[in-house]
Design a protein around this ligand. Sequence first.
Ligand SMILES: *[C@@H]1O[C@H](CO)[C@@H](O)[C@H](O)[C@H]1NC(C)=O
Ligand SMILES: *[C@@H]1O[C@H](CO)[C@@H](O)[C@H](O)[C@H]1NC(C)=O
Ligand SMILES: *[C@@H]1O[C@H](CO)[C@@H](O)[C@H](O)[C@H]1NC(C)=O
Ligand SMILES: *[C@@H]1O[C@H](CO)[C@@H](O)[C@H](O)[C@H]1NC(C)=O
Ligand SMILES: *[C@@H]1O[C@H](CO)[C@@H](O)[C@H](O)[C@H]1NC(C)=O
Ligand SMILES: *[C@@H]1O[C@H](CO)[C@@H](O)[C@H](O)[C@H]1NC(C)=O
Length: 451
Amino acid sequence: ELLVGFTATPDPGTGSFQELLTDSTGNYSLCFLRVQRNQLNLGVIHRPSEIPVWSAAVERFPNWDGGETRVLFNGSLVLASGVTGEVYWSTQTSGDRVFLSDSSNLVVQKFSGGITLWQSFDFPSDTLVENQNFTPAMALVSANGLYSMKLGHDFFGLYQKIAGQVPGSGQMYFRHGALQAKAEIRNGQPVYLILEPDGFLGMFQNSLIPVDVLAFNTFQRNMTGNRRVRLESDGNLKAYYWTGSGWVLDYQAITDFCDLPRSCGSYGLCRQGAGCSCLDNRTEFSSGGCAPAEDENSGGLCGGGRFKILRRSGVELPFKELMGYRKTASMEACEATCAANCTCWGVVYSNSSGFCYSVDYPVETLVAVDDGTKMGYFKVREGVRRSGGGLGAWFGAVLGAVFGVSLILLGIIGVRMYILKRRGIELEEGMESGVGPYKDLGSESSRSIEL
Ligand SMILES: *[C@@H]1O[C@H](CO)[C@@H](O)[C@H](O)[C@H]1NC(C)=O
Ligand SMILES: *[C@@H]1O[C@H](CO)[C@@H](O)[C@H](O)[C@H]1NC(C)=O
Ligand SMILES: *[C@@H]1O[C@H](CO)[C@@H](O)[C@H](O)[C@H]1NC(C)=O
Ligand SMILES: *[C@@H]1O[C@H](CO)[C@@H](O)[C@H](O)[C@H]1NC(C)=O
Ligand SMILES: *[C@@H]1O[C@H](CO)[C@@H](O)[C@H](O)[C@H]1NC(C)=O
Ligand SMILES: *[C@@H]1O[C@H](CO)[C@@H](O)[C@H](O)[C@H]1NC(C)=O
């Protein structure tokens, strides 16, 4: 525990973290965490793996070197500048001690009655640990700030942030609704999530019987190691368990790479099994996407920015079932709803169903489909496109290698499809009747769902 009067400064010589306080089992410690090269934050790490499970929600990161940053406990746990007195972060409490529990909960307490005034479990960052309550008042936010997770009245959702909006708003790209198999949700009372030691993410409402059980691979298997769930920087939600020497992936919300919200970056095109390319077929794909990410402060298209139009057929939105749409008679009518509206970045139209999906955020990755009647119309800000090439021979070599690997993959897929075709007619008849695994409905034959 830390008592009133405690103060510490970061040592310029230490590596990625500097321990301040360790829990009774030695599994967790409160540390200065190095952020990028020369900045720091206060966080709790899992010691054996050095993985952060919590970090303070600072507005901006203080400097590591230079000796001006310090952490102190004067009733509040405070991260401040010793020179200017600027407070970067504070628990704003008047407690007697700071204590780190063996479940990684950092607590500010009163001596009398052990009253808890503040606890890190109420302010999660990107991670939930076992038996930590996740309530509708909280949000998980990925370390890069791009994604968040929030609870609704009978579901939890993953959201991609849109500039200027709070966590838990923006475009939803994953939704898990409560199955309510064992208990039903009653109106008016909030639900909460708990990561259970038994290998599932349980949703509860006022009772020990879960209204939903999101089972992991190790569901109801005897596991002794710690568990954690984390909202990753690619937008995926993953669960892990600790084996004693490493973390093993136990669950992931999004299993298909192309279904991640920014799998190929802005204006990218993701093709299952073949990787990334660009929506504009004259642009070469690079790891940063096909156009620089939209600047947070640029004001989007409503700031009077000029744009040009890019059209591409055979494209689909990766999570269109979570997006708003209207029905229009034609692609032209669909485009017209977007053309004059500066909050609209594009539309995707399905000619067979007449559904017109509006993209109300800077265009990210779309998914390639072998269906030319699904058409996209996108606005591209002028002067922001990066020119392909010109980065020298090294870049060329990397591209060449990627292209080579893609060709091999395409070859393998081609051979497999050829074999499948030759295997005969029964298979095709089965597909035409529209009967198949539920999972397949989400991808190639989704046209039938829309109809
Ligand atoms: C870490 O926690 C586990 C139980 O969760 C415990 O068995 C183990 O001894 C702890 N590790 C250390 C180093 O104390
Ligand atoms: C603790 O220190 C911070 C930063 O110096 C200060 O803002 C705060 O008022 C202090 N709290 C108490 C109870 O002295
Ligand atoms: C799980 O652990 C409990 C107690 O540790 C034990 O009684 C039980 O037999 C174990 N079950 C399995 C399937 O290993
Ligand atoms: C790019 O796409 C356009 C229209 O979709 C097509 O006319 C053109 O041939 C394509 N160019 C290349 C290099 O594939
Ligand atoms: C522009 O698009 C947004 C989002 O689709 C919509 O809410 C708004 O009503 C549209 N504005 C006009 C003038 O159509
Ligand atoms: C869209 O559908 C209409 C009527 O169903 C058809 O006439 C038209 O050719 C289709 N357009 C494309 C691009 O497939």
